[in-house]
Design a binder for this molecule. Structure first.
Ligand code: BTN
Length: 268
C-alpha cells in the first residue's frame, strides 16, 4: 500500500494547476500564503506536506499532524470559478461534505459526519478539520488536516481520547494518493453545487450533521446560548432550539458539553 503521496498520479488526475509536495513544512497553510505573493503562480495551487512542525487549526489552536496524516492547503480564487467571492461560511461545510463523501465508504462500520462548523467526526472522534482563510484580494486558502494513516497511539496524550484515525478505525493503512484525489475531486464537485445553490449540497449539510438532538452551548461574543441542536440550515447556520425558540447562528464557538468538537485542535 503506497503510504507516500505520488505526485505524478496527482498531476495525472488533473486536480490542481500547480502542486508542491514537501517532506516537511511548518504549515502548508503558511506556505500557500507565501506563494500567494507570486502573481505568476498558476491556481489552484495544492501544497502538501508529509509532516508539519507547526500546523495551525482554527481560532489560533495548533494542529497535530501525526506521522501518516494527510495535510494540505489549496490556494484558489473563488471568483475564477463562480464569479462571486462570497461563498463563506458554507464553503467549509461543503468541503466537509466532500470529505465525508470520500471517507465514509472507507469506514463502513462507523458513522461519519459533520460537526458544525467545520469538523468531520468518525465514530466518537474527530477525523478531520478544515481551516478557511481569505486573503485581502479575495483568494482563499483552504487547509485540510485528515487523520488518515496516522495512529491515535502516537498522538499527544491529551488528544488520544478525542481523535479518530482512518487507519485505527479500519485496521489498515490507506492509499494516500487515491484518498487525496477523491477528496479534491469531491471538493470540486461540491463547490460547483454550492455555487449553483443546488439542493444536493444544501440538504447534505443537515443530512450529514451528527449533532442533531445534542445539547450544545455556543459562544457568540459575550453571549452563551445553550440549546438542542436542530441541525444545519441550507445557509450553513447552526440551528438551536432554545428557551426563546429556534435560533440560527452563522458564527460562534461551541464549548462543552460538545467539548470534543474543539479539543482535537487545542494547543499541545
Ligand atoms: C481545525 O480543525 O482547527 C482546522 C485544522 C486544519 C489543519 C490543516 S492541516 C493543513 C493546513 N495547514 C495548517 O497549518 N493547517 C491546515
Amino acid at each position: 500500500m503506497p503510504a507516500r503521496i505520488d505526485t505524478s498520479r496527482l498531476i495525472a488526475a488533473g486536480i490542481a494547476a500547480s502542486i508542491e509536495h514537501f517532506d516537511e513544512l511548518p504549515s502548508t497553510q503558511d506556505w500557500a500564503r507565501q506563494r500567494a505573493a507570486d502573481a505568476e503562480c498558476p491556481l489552484p495551487l495544492l501544497v502538501i506536506a508529509d509532516r508539519q512542525s507547526a500546523g495551525r487549526g482554527r481560532q489560533g489552536n495548533s494542529w497535530w499532524t501525526g506521522e501518516g496524516s494527510l495535510a494540505f492547503s489549496l490556494l484558489f480564487d473563488p471568483g475564477a470559478t463562480n464569479g462571486s467571492r462570497r461563498i463563506e461560511p458554507r464553503l467549509a461545510l461543503a468541503v466537509g461534505v466532500a470529505i465525508v463523501d470520500s471517507v465514509a465508504p472507507r469506514i463502513p462500520s462507523q458513522p461519519v459526519g459533520l460537526h458544525w462548523p467545520n469538523d468531520i467526526y468518525a465514530g466518537a472522534g474527530k477525523l478531520a478539520g478544515i481551516l478557511v482563510e481569505v486573503l485581502p484580494d479575495g483568494r482563499h486558502i483552504l487547509g485540510v488536516g485528515l487523520n488518515s494513516n496516522s495512529l491515535t497511539a502516537d498522538a499527544p496524550a491529551e488528544l488520544r481520547g478525542q481523535i479518530a484515525t482512518l487507519r485505527d478505525l479500519t485496521g489498515r493503512p490507506h492509499d494516500h494518493t487515491q484518498l487525496l484525489i477523491d477528496v479534491l475531486k469531491g471538493i470540486a464537485i461540491r463547490l460547483r453545487q454550492l455555487v449553483a445553490e443546488d439542493s444536493a449540497i444544501l440538504d447534505a449539510f443537515d443530512a450529514m450533521c451528527r449533532q442533531h438532538g445534542q445539547t450544545l452551548t455556543l459562544y457568540v461574543g459575550d453571549r452563551a446560548v445553550t440549546g438542542r441542536c436542530a441541525g444545519i440550515g441550507p445557509d450553513g447556520a447552526l440551528l438551536l432550539d432554545t428557551p426563546n425558540g429556534r435560533e440560527r447562528f452563522l458564527a460562534g464557538t461551541l464549548r462543552p458539553p460538545s467539548r470534543q468538537a474543539k479539543s482535537a485542535t487545542e494547543p499541545r
